[in-house]
Write a protein that binds this ligand. Structure first.
Ligand code: Z5A
Length: 241
């Protein structure tokens, strides 16, 4: 069976990492094989690029350069980790993905939409999430959570930006959800973590059921079909000898 790909999006401190942990636990309890990952990063190549991006080392070269680096990291992550995991039947939970590029580099980075779309197409190479959870809360609440987080140290490249920019990102995520309501579900993140977790678990289970692949035909039927249609080579590849 093909697995599933679920992404979590939202502003800083929205609770993405916390909620991924909750959902992973819930899905594992149902017997699913779950992989948790994040962007930028998630594969060795992408993790190498992560530091360059979050330290601010690439900032002086401009947002176009940063966007290309995010896309390079995403391409490696997709091909090395996400696609193989989903194809082998696992459920991949990813902390940020393509919508973060649309919002951070596209909307608040002021990059032309055509450029962002072209990078996205190359980077994801068809790997569109089955479900995207958008954790929504006022930017100041998220920033306060991120600042209060134990051991968070200095704010990173993005955390240090003005509140108005963070609010613009919040609006941009909500706009994506409005345009793609099938894929994107907005969850109020200004609640206790365990009630948010319950909402997400329900959403994820519903969405997985909706997109469940049809059951494979019974084994004896497939065998009969193969022997009666020797000329059809695609049938032969359907089952190992
Ligand atoms: N970026 C980009 O520009 N373009 C891209 O394409 C991609 C990313 C992929 C990645 O940073 C940065 O890269 C990001 C955008 C940019 N900007 N920044 N900064 P990151 O990975 O270091 O950080 P993040 O993705 O923003 O996540 P975060 O700040 O670590 O937050 P979070 O994962 O959403 O939240 P959390 O760690 O689960 O929770 C934060 C704190 O709040 C923590 O102490 C929790 O215990 C607490 N918490 C969680 N839930 C609750 C509730 N419900 N109530 C109260 N407290 C809570």
């Amino acid at each position: 069976m093909k697995g599933r790909f679920i992404t979590f999006e939202g502003g800083e401190g929205a609770g993405k990492s916390t909620q991924i942990q909750y959902l992973a636990e819930a899905l594992r309890a149902l017997g699913h094989d779950v992989v948790m990952t994040r962007e930028p990063g998630g594969s060795p190549g992408a993790e190498a690029v992560r530091h360059v991006l979050l330290s601010g080392a690439a900032e002086e070269f401009g947002v176009r350069m940063e966007a290309i680096l995010f896309a390079a990291a995403r391409s490696d992550h997709v091909e090395e980790l996400i696609r193989p995991a989903v194809e082998s039947g696992k459920i991949v939970l990813c902390d940020r993905f393509m919508d973060s590029s649309r919002v951070y580099q596209g909307v608040t980075g002021n990059l032309e939409p055509e450029f962002v779309t072209a990078l996205e197409r190359v980077a994801i190479n068809g790997m569109v999430p089955d479900l995207t959870i958008i954790l929504d809360l006022p930017a100041e609440v998220g920033l306060a959570r991120a600042a209060a987080r134990a051991g968070s140290g200095n704010p990173d490249r993005y955390e240090k930006e003005a509140l108005s920019i963070h609010e613009k990102r919040r609006e941009a995520f909500l706009e994506i959800a409005q345009k793609e309501p099938e894929r994107c579900k907005v969850v109020d993140a200004n609640q206790p973590a365990d009630s948010i977790a319950q909402t997400i678990e329900k959403l994820a289970i519903e969405q997985l059921a909706l997109s469940r692949l049809p059951d494979e035909p019974p084994r004896e039927k497939r065998t009969r079909k193969r022997s009666s249609a020797k000329a059809a080579s695609s049938d032969i590849t359907a089952e190992p000898q």
